[in-house]
Design a protein around this ligand. Structure first.
Ligand code: SAH
Ligand code: SF4
Length: 422
């Protein structure tokens, strides 16, 4: 979502006559689009801002801005804490960014109203021509007790279906062959407009209109991941066979404290149903470790859920208290080394599950979307399978953005190696 926000801000600025540069020293303005979901993300922004201090001293005309979630959360406090900062603009302030930069050039400014905004018709400056991100909802109404997102992104709001489809038509015309639908909980799409979620209908409509596009979406919420949605995934050929379904924890006690709205058994039932209806589907997840008061028994429930879900990949986060959330008021007494030790035990199991999943692909011929030369080794191309796994293989950089068939030869943990088929 943050990456997409950057594309919007860059697009709006381009329309206003600004040009992008990769070189901070050449810039008239430097903008950080930020995340505040964990403390670590915020600390990194403070680090980057510190790095710009001398540049601002040498060039007082430089406008430094912080936008997005952290800006929304901190507001004026950011200006106080970082005296060489000029502009703080929140998650609903992107449309006016060009004017805000002008104003902040004269006097420091903080704009953080959560007054809503329309995405329809706003320009985008996309990083990749073949892959596109399309927000279908903004905000979140779930109020998971640990999470700052509803506070900084506002209430859930669905975009009209017509507006989404019009945007996709434009993206496909520009050459997009993979569309990623975005929202904090895409499964509840349409609830605020139609009185009931219609995400399954949106998937079916996208599939009918754009049968040759690979369709992905993040994030699904297990509570709202209905049979209707699973059936739509099973029926729609364009929907890729990979679902990101964050479990967060395996203990019912912790899930309740997290306000997630499901139990471990319910979650496992969703996974079973998905695997039954979409054979071979890969499943990734998010796990939030060391929620306040997490006991060894609670942790073992998470390990058990991981085992029984057989996730193909996972992101694991150690809980960090976020000011203003209900969980931040709970005593967080777990010693650091216990958190770290649980993190490592979990990682070890997750790594072997990922490796097993990748090894199952060895010898298979799979269709992939080529992203371009690999960042680590430009001699090979990097591509993704429909199952969202990375395959590297030797090939012509001209293939970037194209779909080709590759034979998977060797599975690793982070990626697989292969060669062009035929
Ligand atoms: N809406 C999505 C994404 C939320 S943020 C969802 O519901 O999954 C992405 C991930 O960050 C979450 O899945 C959660 O695992 C993690 N996260 C959220 N708040 C956190 C916190 N306070 N500390 C550590 N990780 C957190
Ligand atoms: Fe945060 Fe929960 Fe909303 Fe995801 S669903 S953004 S974790 S409150």
């Amino acid at each position: 979502m943050n990456r997409h926000d950057s594309e919007r801000v860059a697009g709006i600025l381009a329309r206003a006559g600004w040009r992008e540069t990769r070189e901070a020293r050449e810039a008239d303005a430097v903008i950080f689009m930020t995340c505040c979901v964990r403390e670590g993300a915020e600390n990194r922004v403070y680090g980057h801002l510190g790095d710009l201090k001398t540049m601002k001293q040498e060039n007082p005309g430089l406008v430094i801005a912080v936008g997005g979630c952290m800006a929304q959360k901190e507001g004026e406090r950011l200006l106080e804490r970082v005296p060489h900062l000029d502009l703080v603009f929140g998650t609903h302030q992107f449309t006016g960014i060009a004017e805000l930069l002008e104003e902040a050039g004269r006097e420091p400014l903080s704009m953080t109203g959560l007054n809503g905004f329309e995405l329809g018709g706003l320009p985008l400056s996309r990083r990749e021509s073949f892959r596109a991100w399309v927000p279908i909802t903004s905000g979140c109404n779930n109020y998971c007790s640990y999470c700052i997102v509803p506070m900084v992104r506002g209430v859930e709001k669905s975009r009209p279906r017509k507006e989404i489809l019009a945007e996709v038509v434009g993206l496909v015309r520009e050459g997009a062959t993979e569309i990623n639908l975005l929202g904090q909980n895409v499964n509840s799409y349409g609830r605020d407009i139609c009185g009931r979620p219609v995400f399954d209908e949106l998937l079916r409509e996208m599939d009918a209109r754009f049968p040759n596009v690979w369709l992905r979406f993040v994030t699904s919420h297990p509570r709202d991941f209905s049979d209707h949605i699973i059936e739509a995934i099973a029926d729609c050929d364009s929907v890729c066979e990979h679902i990101h379904l964050p479990i967060q924890a395996g203990s019912d006690r912790v899930l309740e404290l997290m306000n997630r709205g499901y139990t471990k058994d319910y979650f496992l039932g969703r996974i079973a149903r998905l695997r039954e209806r979409v054979p071979g589907c890969t499943i990734s997840t998010d796990i939030l470790l060391a929620f306040p008061g997490e006991t060894e028994e609670d942790f073992l429930e998470t390990l058990d859920a991981v085992e029984r879900s057989a996730f193909d990949s996972a992101f694991t986060f150690i809980y960090s208290p976020r000011e203003g959330t209900p969980a931040a008021r709970l005593p967080d007494s777990l010693p650091r080394q216990v958190k770290q030790e649980r993190f490592e035990r979990l990682q070890e199991r997750l790594r072997s599950l990922t490796l097993e999943s990748n090894r199952r692909d060895e010898g298979r011929t799979l269709e992939v979307l080529v992203e371009g030369p690999s960042a680590k080794n430009p001699a090979v191309l990097t591509a993704r399978t429909r199952h969202h796994k990375i395959v590297n293989f030797p090939g012509d950089p001209e293939l970037a953005g194209r779909r080709v068939m590759v034979v998977v030869e060797k599975a690793g943990l982070w990626s697989m190696q292969g060669s062009l088929a035929g």
